[in-house]
Design a protein around this ligand. Structure first.
Ligand code: BEZ
Ligand code: FE
Length: 289
């Protein structure tokens, strides 16, 4: 690489920005202008070589080629780079006692049939229910929210979601519930385990190259929706997990860490109330969560 860049080195950024001045979508233009400025600055600062740039393109190409109906390598990439949680932090302040949100992840598999409150989300008998999770969905003023849809999903004890494991029946360890008149939700499940995010693709190669592990602390996913309230996408994490401080996707917030309590019957129980934020009508119009 020559030490002295071409004289047009600085001008290229200005040209790329002015070229889209007439873009019909103002927001698209504004966001892309910021991205182009930062991307050009990053390339200047790192003095990226042609070979390195081609390597980057090859990596992104493999990332796209790894995606299919059940595998979303771009979500994983966003997650391990901390971008997903940065977007989350920007859009959810955690104010007013509203329950905190976290990363959505790539393993939501669509709405499951609604089952009765208190039911098990296990679809095969060889694993035993060992954990009961229950609580109420409420507004910030304490009012119970009845008819809220509570969707949950988690891995099996082998650390795999049903969609990753042909030995699991479809819908295993997934459930949808509607809260009752007191805002109550409740279900039975297995105790979640820590597990490795998919690391046999480009994102796994990247983690390895960066000397990072691929593990997430044990958790159960929740997505809670109710008319007039902002959708809540979150997890409950289990206290004591060795990966709470080094979650591969930066998703842990202390308010989401719970300690299961022993019950008389030898099972464990978690009680947790979710507080939803009233929907911002303007944000709602723009398709915000
Ligand atoms: C998950 O918890 O399901 C997950 C989140 C981010 C990346 C991979 C998996
Ligand atoms: Fe998960």
């Amino acid at each position: 690489m020559s030490q002295v860049p071409h004289p047009e080195f600085a001008q290229i950024t200005e040209d790329a920005l002015t070229r889209m001045e007439d873009a019909p979508q103002a927001r698209l233009q504004a966001v892309l202008a910021i991205i182009i400025r930062h991307l050009h600055d990053a390339i200047r600062e790192a003095r990226v070589t042609e070979f390195e740039w081609e390597e980057g393109i090859r990596f992104l190409t493999r990332t796209g080629q790894t995606c299919d109906t059940h595998r979303q390598e771009f979500i994983l990439l966003s997650d391990v780079l901390g971008v997903s949680m940065l977007v989350d932090a920007l859009n959810h302040t955690g104010a007013d006692g509203i329950s905190e949100s976290t990363v959505f992840g790539p393993f939501y598999a669509g709405k499951q049939p609604t089952i009765a409150l208190g039911s098990s989300i296990l679809k095969r008998p060889e694993e035993a229910d060992a954990l009961s999770i229950h609580g109420r969905v409420r507004a910030s003023d304490g009012t119970p929210i009845s008819g809220a849809l509570v969707e949950v999903w988690q891995t099996a004890p082998n650390g795999l979601y049903d969609v990753q494991d042909e030995d699991q029946p479809a819908g295993h360890l997934r459930g949808s519930f509607e809260t009752d008149g007191n805002g109550t939700y409740a279900f039975q499940t297995v105790v979640p385990v820590s597990y490795a995010i998919p690391n046999d693709g480009p994102v796994g190669e990247l983690l390895k190259a960066l000397g990072r592990h691929p593990n997430r602390p044990a958790h159960v996913h929740f997505m809670i929706t109710a008319p007039g309230y902002r959708r809540l996408v979150t997890h409950l994490f289990i206290d004591g997990d060795p990966y709470l401080k080094s979650d591969a996707v930066f998703g842990v917030k202390s308010s989401l860490i719970v300690t299961p309590q022993p019950t008389g019957s030898g099972c464990l129980s978690i009680g947790y109330d979710f507080i939803l934020s009233a929907e911002d009508p303007v944000a709602g119009l723009h398709g915000s969560q």
